[in-house]
Design a protein around this ligand. Structure first.
Ligand code: PBG
Length: 330
């Protein structure tokens, strides 16, 4: 890069008017970049607020459909479903996770019937179904890998069968991407995409999500034996390399804002579709400041989402997606 010395170079020349600023703007943000994570629950006419996620509700399926339609009409291409499973369906053996008629699979069918062009993404992990809140089976206090992978494959196949377009394994077991890809190839579902939560860190920013899916009170211990140590960049890149080699079509970095360095490294190193998840704790933190009148909601939302584009992401999962799409339209 070469820059003339002052005064030949005055950076402010190109910041003088809005038109000039927009003409030299490097990044753009559009509704097309957004995936909307939605919490669903059983029942009728339910729109249940989640106190630690201001403005986010658990929706019953009759409420989900109009909300999804509105998001789609604002240009959001995909929504990602997270179930609040009935507390008495949570067991140590997690069989509800691959029940073809569980809440998520019913929601997928309803969405694909009503809005075939809206992409439906799912979450693959046992935590919304597990009596102890972990993403894998717990045997003698340990989260066991290989038996969990077998269950995750059953879960993913049931979601593909229901019509999911994109499967999102968020469990961090070893070998799950390969096992899932082989199973999808062997079934009728070879064109179902996998967006792997490849670089998923053991983060304290997931707290409000665990409230939302009703797993907070159940979780025994933490997830440090399967999620990545937040201190480890090289390990995160190794996980991305491994998941791409096993057949992931897209990869994700999670959490988002505190891990933008990882986003940039993943994009530069692999040049594949790269997503970030602006997780529940990030949303909660911004909204808490908004509610105190300390930050401007529209501005902070769009600035925080643009940061992901600048860091090299192709798209972002964000609880702000519907409001952001509305603001970008207006
Ligand atoms: C669980 C899962 C989590 C999130 C998405 N899938 C939480 C966790 O790993 O405990 C977090 C998303 C968020 O915080 O918004 N498999």
């Amino acid at each position: 890069m070469s820059l003339a010395p002052f005064p030949a170079a005055r950076m402010r020349r190109l910041r003088r008017t809005r038109a000039l600023r927009e003409m030299v703007q490097e990044q753009g943000l559009s509704a097309r970049d957004l995936i909307w994570p939605v919490f669903i629950r059983d029942g009728q006419n339910m729109k249940e607020p989640i106190p630690s996620l201001p403005g986010v509700n658990r929706l019953s399926l009759d409420q989900l459909l109009p909300a999804a339609e509105k998001a789609f009409s604002h240009g959001i291409p995909a929504i990602c479903l997270f179930p609040y499973t009935d507390q008495n369906l949570r067991t140590e053996t997690c069989e509800e996770a691959w029940n073809p008629d569980n809440l998520t699979n019913r929601a997928i069918r309803a969405l694909k019937a009503a809005l075939p062009d809206l992409m439906v993404m799912t979450d693959i992990a046992l935590d919304p179904y597990n009596a102890n809140g972990h993403d894998g089976f717990v045997v003698n206090g340990e989260i066991v890998n290989d038996a969990t992978v077998e269950a995750l494959v059953k879960m993913g196949l049931a979601q593909a069968e229901a019509g999911a377009d994109i499967l999102g394994p968020s469990d961090m077991m070893d070998g799950r991407i390969g096992a899932l890809r082989v199973a999808l190839e062997a079934s009728e579902h070879r064109d179902v995409a996998i967006l792997s939560y490849a670089a998923k860190f053991a983060s304290a920013f997931y707290g409000p999500f665990r409230d939302a899916v009703g797993a907070s009170g159940r979780l025994v211990g933490d997830k440090a034996t399967y999620q990545i140590n937040p201190a480890n960049r090289e390990e995160a890149l190794a996980c991305v390399a491994r998941d791409l080699a096993e057949g992931a079509d897209m990869v994700m970095v999670k959490p988002g804002m505190p891990y933008l360095d990882i986003c940039r490294a993943v994009k530069d190193e692999f040049r594949r579709p790269t997503f970030a998840y602006q997780v529940s704790g990030e949303y909660a933190m911004l909204m808490a400041a908004v509610q105190n009148g300390w930050l401007d909601q529209d501005k902070i939302m769009l600035e925080s989402l643009m940061a992901f584009k600048r860091a090299g992401c192709d798209g972002v999962l964000s609880y702000f997606a519907p409001q952001a799409a509305g603001a970008l339209k207006g």
